[in-house]
Design a protein around this ligand. Sequence first.
Ligand code: BJW
Ligand code: ZN
Length: 238
Amino acid sequence: MFESVTKKLRDARKIVFVTGAGISHESGIPTFRGKDGLWRNYDAMKLATVNAFYDNPKLVWEWYNERRKNILYAEPNLGHKAISELEKYVKVIVLTQNIDGLHQRAGSTEVLELHGSIVKIKCTVCDFKSEILTEFTQIPPLCKCGNVLRPDVVWFGESLPQEIWQQAVTHASKCDVMIVVGTSLAVSPANTLPIYAKQNNATLIEINPEETIMSSDMNLSIRSPSVVALPKFVSIFK
Ligand code: BJW
Ligand code: ZN
């Protein structure tokens, strides 16, 4: 099994990674649903929906501000770096649910952020959008138009940025190998990307210490942390 997957990797013209919170675990960023996951201590419906934001923008902003501080100090780990190094050998596209920007900071050049970015903000009323790398002095921050600004992330019940989603589906539908790393695949529509890949007969590989709802569809499941598993993928190409 492992040998045939190794050959598929060496022969691949395009490898698509679908990544989630688990890949950033060793960078000190908590996951959502694991045993130390954010949703164990925080109610997703009070923090990650539009209604929650309008009910209490200050609470939601305080939560995002804490996460911003943690993420801005975090460093890409060996898993992020291995994915970026693979670009030396094969075309690599990263479809990430993470908002932490660590793939880009590790050097990956083709990253589609499906759920937005923690450093981006947008106005709730006008078209203003920006990137803020410093801390906010006022919570909630206000736009020049006087209305409240929000994090430019995708909350439950909101659509993903349509152009990015369409590009992600196209990449997933046209790849030879898809490697799904550190995601529970609990959240739609991102969790449908492996299905698009499978419809194209792509080889599916999962890197996750735990089983997921799609484990039985995988050609190979690697049950180890991504910081351990991903550097080994690079050595296959050397
Ligand atoms: C390791 C590791 C290591 C650990 N190495 N691995 C009912 C009402 C309303 C909506 C819905 C509904 N039913 C279904 C929906 C749709 C909803 C959805 O899927 N909900 C489910 C939870 C049921 N989806 C949406 O609403 C999406 N939009 C949408 O569908 O639009 C159409 C629509 C409109 C209106 C109504 C209905 C549909 C939008 C989803 C937005 C998700 N947003 C969040 C927050 C983003 C901003 C932020 O970060 O603050 O995105 S929630 C959170 O989950 C975040 C993540 O990107 C996302 C996925 O989580 P991920 O990455 O998989 O993390 P975990 O924690 O789940 O898993 C980590 C994994 O890592 C685990 O498996 C570990 O084992 C593993 N791991 N250590 C490798 N070292
Ligand atoms: Zn505005």
